[in-house]
Design a protein around this ligand. Structure first.
Ligand code: PLP
Length: 381
């Protein structure tokens, strides 16, 4: 017991500073609504941007695969877990994006931590935006490359740093649509700058694929060398994929440890993902993105991710509880997910919300702002 007393102390410490994290239990889901402890809440914190996670076409595909092939892959893909649906999904993803090839990973976290160490090693340098996702940060660490963090979307800063490290293999990695701020990286300029410098450009497209523009995301269209997309967000299933040159996609079998040493994705999920890729590229997918875009415009937001920065950790939790009393589930986001002093409510809009739901969300946001909860944009950092 006493050998683990430091863990109890840690929990007390986290509690004291308002940073102890606890998941809530969702007992039922129906469209945009979730049930928590008997209360029915409008879910404005899901990354299921098109509402596909409960779509009948996905459920049907998963059910059919379940009945035909069972549940688990049974082994990593290089052993005996490479069921045909893996290959079918990879071909569908590559063809959907117009990329030479795609490779599945079990999650976006596994993709980023697996791929970055394939691209750079201890003699190389990786340049990472300061607001990049934890999985990118951890991928940089695992690569043992020198990691240089540049100021958020600051091209001048990045250009200086790239010049400082000439003569080494260099990788620039950024998100396309930032997960906690909802702003975009300047991919066109990043492509020009990295091409001129001879550096590799890797884009994490987790929040853009399926959800923005024609659904094909932003990274591959911007001619990034390596693009990571997730299936757990707009595609409504689970897993992730990387797009890139055939050589990269092949090398992953030999070097990406999170791919090689992990059991393949469950078969029903693969079938649901194939259906999701089809749906995202269909006229129905376009209609869902139109509805998402309508909600975005109603809220006057820059994207479907709407950060309401509160600042203080506990105050952010209070704001969250406030909204919950109004029937809205909006998760408060605290450090280390966001920088200290920028705790926030992160609203994520979804096509699962009806137009009436979106009006309810808009009214709640207005009440929060009028109540002085939200720090005006631009003054938070
Ligand atoms: C969610 C997310 C990931 C991780 O994806 P999972 O499939 O949930 O593991 C990676 N990168 C970014 C930017 C994300 O937001």
């Amino acid at each position: 017991m006493s050998r683990l007393a430091f863990l109890d102390e840690l929990l007390v410490e986290l509690e004291a500073v308002g940073r102890r994290r606890m998941p809530r239990v969702i007992t039922r889901r129906d469209g945009a609504y979730v049930w928590v402890g008997g209360a029915k809440l409008l879910n404005v914190s899901s990354n299921d941007y098109l509402g596909l996670s409960t779509h009948p076409a996905l459920v049907e595909a998963a059910t059919a695969a379940l009945e035909e092939h069972g549940v688990g892959a049974g082994a990593s893909r290089l052993i005996t877990g490479n069921v045909a649906l893996c290959e079918e999904l990879e071909h569908a993803l590559a063809s959907f994006h117009g990329a030479p090839a795609a490779r599945l990973f079990n999650s976006g976290y596994a993709a980023n931590t697996g791929i970055i160490p394939v691209l750079v090693g201890k003699d190389d340098v990786v340049f990472s935006d300061e607001l990049n996702h934890a999985s990118i940060i951890d991928g940089c660490r695992l690569s043992r490359a020198r990691t240089v963090v540049y100021r958020h979307n600051d091209l001048g800063h990045l250009a200086d740093l790239l010049a400082e490290h000439r003569g080494r293999r260099r990788l620039v990695v950024t998100e396309s649509l930032f997960s906690m701020d909802g702003d975009l990286s300047p991919l066109g300029q990043l492509r020009e700058m990295t091409a001129a410098a001879g550096a590799i450009l890797m884009v994490d497209d987790a929040h853009a694929v399926g959800a923005v523009g024609d659904g094909r995301g932003l990274g591959w269209a911007a001619e990034a060398d390596v693009v990571v997309g997730t299936l757990g967000k707009a595609f409504g299933t689970a897993g992730a994929y990387v797009l890139g040159a055939s050589s990269l996609i092949e090398v992953l079998w030999n070097r990406a440890r999170t791919l090689v040493f992990s059991t393949g994705l469950p078969v029903p999920g693969l079938a649901a993902s194939v259906a999701a890729v089809r749906l995202v590229g269909s006229p129905e997918g376009a209609l869902l993105r139109q509805r998402l875009e309508r909600h975005r415009r109603l809220l006057g937001a820059g994207s479907h991710i709407v950060p309401l920065v509160v600042g203080d950790d506990r105050r952010a939790m209070d704001a969250m509880n406030h909204l919950m009393e109004d029937g809205l589930l909006v998760q408060a986001i605290r450090p280390p997910t966001v920088p200290v002093g920028t705790s926030r409510l992160r609203l994520s809009l979804s096509a699962a919300l009806s137009d009436e739901d979106a009006l309810v969300v808009d009214a709640a946001v207005r009440r929060l702002v009028a109540g002085g909860w939200v720090v005006p944009r631009g003054t938070s950092r």
